[in-house]
Design a protein around this ligand. Structure first.
Ligand code: SAM
Length: 377
């Protein structure tokens, strides 16, 4: 089992990674969280009723430890928000001691402290800092925290360009903090996000928020999947699982006019982009768009088809266990005879993994890099 008690200047807190998984060996916080919490503790005491904004907290470690200042927390991840609520409850703290916002809603007003865990996607960091321009006063303290290996030169340059001069902390347990205060003379930067491209061989305009998978152009695996999507009247209730900008569900819907599509992603930006793209393509056609964790909201035996280009990471977790969990859940929600279609890199071996859950597993198409597999009960 993983360590679950985080000891910080603010106290001791029990923290878990949600969704809970058997044999999980990873903690729900890292050395960058610990460093940030110890660094900010004395600074918070110097400000009366400090206004604190936390961005990109992985599993709620920062929000839980700083609950007494009633922070606002912005995240693009449904799972991060759910983890924050679960971890508050685990520590018998009121849910409303923290105010949660999704990544498309920056809370209004100025903040004394803006605490950011450096995100994986630089475009998202860029977009956030641009949208935060009005949240800074000349006294706002920006602290960006991360493990040294994740704080690339581009992260530093982005802070310098969009906020002001940076000062580094020393490294502690391979974590580092970047301090900055807003340069009041900095020019106003226009936000390039969301970005658009025209989907090849179609008239569809695809809009992508900054944190969406392959937001600049069509991913080569997705392109291959689009060329082999199934067609037929038996596919009535269809899920685009891990939909990103929704192109898989969109092309399926175009080829199957009677199908009802359900777009699912744990990223709020992905779901917003999928909705925008679908509504723009099919004015008035019914579909659902939900930011949630995989298939937890679907009833057993309720779905005809699940289309999935599985993630390699979800939040701070990396690995094939996320895809495996999706396959397992797909088996539950598919009606008898329902199908799961999956695309993946050849080396991921999805064909043999799917055989653990499904009795019929068939290779639909392959090229030098990818395989498309159909699995049915
Ligand atoms: N379907 C899109 C495509 O083919 O371009 C995106 C595929 S991308 C490889 C995988 C997607 O899964 C990402 O958008 C990611 O946010 C999403 N994801 C990761 N974990 C998830 C979860 N637990 N539930 C739902 N979506 C998840």
């Amino acid at each position: 089992m993983s360590e679950t008690y985080m000891q910080t200047a603010q106290g001791q807190f029990q923290l878990q990674r949600f969704p809970l998984e058997k044999n999980n060996k990873l903690r729900a916080w890292d050395a960058a969280d610990e460093y940030l919490l110890s660094d900010v503790a004395p600074k918070l005491e110097l400000v009366e009723n400090p206004r604190v904004l936390i961005i990109n907290d992985s599993f709620g470690a920062l929000a839980v430890a700083l609950h007494s200042v009633r922070p606002s927390c912005v995240s693009d991840s449904f799972i991060a928000q759910k983890s924050t609520i679960e971890n508050l409850t685990l520590n018998e703290l009121a849910e409303d001691s923290v105010q949660l916002f999704n990544s498309l809603q920056i809370p209004a007003g100025k903040f004394d402290f803006i605490l950011i865990k450096a995100p994986k996607t630089l475009a998202y960091f860029d977009d956030l800092l641009i949208r935060l321009q009005d949240s800074f006063t000349s006294d706002t303290q920006l602290i960006v925290a991360g493990m040294v290996k994740n704080l690339s030169a581009s992260i530093w340059q982005t802070v310098e360009r969009l906020v002001g001069e940076t000062v580094p902390s020393k490294a502690v347990k391979k974590a580092r903090l970047i301090y900055a205060q807003a340069d009041q003379q900095r020019p106003v930067t226009e936000n390039p996000y969301p970005v658009e491209y025209q989907l090849e061989n179609t008239d569809f305009q695809i809009s992508n928020h900054a944190n969406v998978f392959s937001h600049k152009n069509l991913d080569i695996g997705t392109r291959f999947f689009l060329q082999h999507l199934p067609e037929g009247n038996q596919y009535q209730q269809v899920i685009d699982l891990g939909c990103g900008n929704g192109v898989v569900g969109l092309i399926f819907a175009n080829n199957n006019p009677a199908a009802q599509l359900h777009f699912i992603d744990e990223s709020f930006m992905a779901v917003a982009s999928a909705r925008q793209n679908f509504e723009c393509a099919f004015n008035g056609r019914k579909a659902t768009f939900t930011a949630t964790d995989a298939l937890i909201d679907f009833a057993p035996d309720s779905v005809d088809l699940v289309l999935c280009n599985p993630p390699f990471h979800q939040q701070a977790a990396i690995g094939s266990h996320i895809a495996m969990r999706m396959f397992q859940q797909a088996k539950q929600v598919l009606r008898s005879g329902g199908e799961l279609w999956v695309i993946g890199n050849r080396h991921l071996g999805y064909q043999s993994s799917l055989k653990k859950y499904f009795s019929k597993v068939e290779l639909v198409a392959s090229n030098t890099k990818f395989i498309i597999v159909k699995a049915a009960n």
